[in-house]
Design a protein around this ligand. Structure first.
Ligand code: PEP
Length: 248
């Protein structure tokens, strides 16, 4: 089995109902690009509305709480996100790790809760610039993965996606060299094979994220072990987002 390239838009804290027209346009275009799996993660407030509009694309959440319910003012559980129509959740994004102090251990608890609630997980990892400068990027990223992944996982190929997003490349217009992307994705692949075995670990999709645009998508998506892209800024308009999907 070889999974289709996966192009996921992370709208972050952007979008009111006025953005539904973009979601509709993304969905319509996705119906023409069946060789690519397209998904968007709007803010929580739009999950249900996008879900109702979408015929082709999957809708996801950008985070969830580790508990199924309880006294956590302002939080959303995985069950609630699934109830609103989410099929997956992005976890461990560097903006969550930085802005909300999320540790690897917390990310793992959230991943367990998400899987329990029937959501697929896109698990993010990525190094800060100083780790890359020190030559410790791989060590940093593999440690993040080791500590953030749940112990037991079923249907791991279908339910788990890894997103490698170097922090210094997010929203900056800077990207690693293609060789650096290949080296990191190769290291993540080797880790997944060791963890889940040749068959499953060899198939889990590893997305690249960080300043992916229509202009650089084709070359990045052509790198070995890059199974798609997690796209922030360029996912906010259907035009640029679907040009990235087209490049896949
Ligand atoms: C992201 O935050 O997941 C991301 C990849 O952002 P951008 O594409 O804007 O760099």
């Amino acid at each position: 089995m070889s999974l289709r390239p996966y192009i996921v838009g992370n709208w972050k804290m952007n979008g009111t109902r006025a953005m539904l027209s973009e979601a509709r346009a993304i969905d319509r275009a996705a119906q023409r690009y069946m060789k690519v799996e397209v998904a968007v993660a709007p803010p929580f407030t739009l999950i249900h509305a996008v879900h109702r509009e979408a015929e082709q694309i999957a809708v996801g959440a950008q985070d969830c709480h580790a508990d199924p319910d309880g006294a956590h003012t302002g939080d959303i559980s995985a069950t609630m996100a699934a109830d609103a129509g989410a099929k997956f959740v992005i976890l461990g994004h560097s903006e969550r790790r930085q802005d909300h102090g999320e540790s690897n251990e917390l990310v793992r608890s959230k991943a367990e809760a998400a899987l329990e609630a029937g959501l697929k997980v896109i698990l993010c990892c990525g190094e800060p610039e100083e780790k890359r400068d020190e030559g410790k990027a791989e060590e940093f990223v593999l440690t993040q993965l080791k500590l953030s992944l749940p112990d037991a996982m079923e249907d791991v190929v279908e339910r788990l996606t890894i997103a490698y997003e170097p922090i210094w490349a997010i929203g900056t217009g800077r990207t690693p060299t293609l060789d650096d992307i290949a080296a990191m994705h190769g290291a993540i692949r080797a880790f997944l094979v060791e963890r889940f075995g040749e068959e499953d670990g060899g198939q889990i999709r590893i997305l690249y994220g960080g300043s992916v645009k229509p202009e650089n998508a084709r070359e990045i998506l052509g790198v070995a072990n890059v199974g798609g892209a997690l796209v922030g800024g360029a996912s906010l308009t259907a035009d640029s987002f679907m040009n990235i999907a087209l490049a896949a």
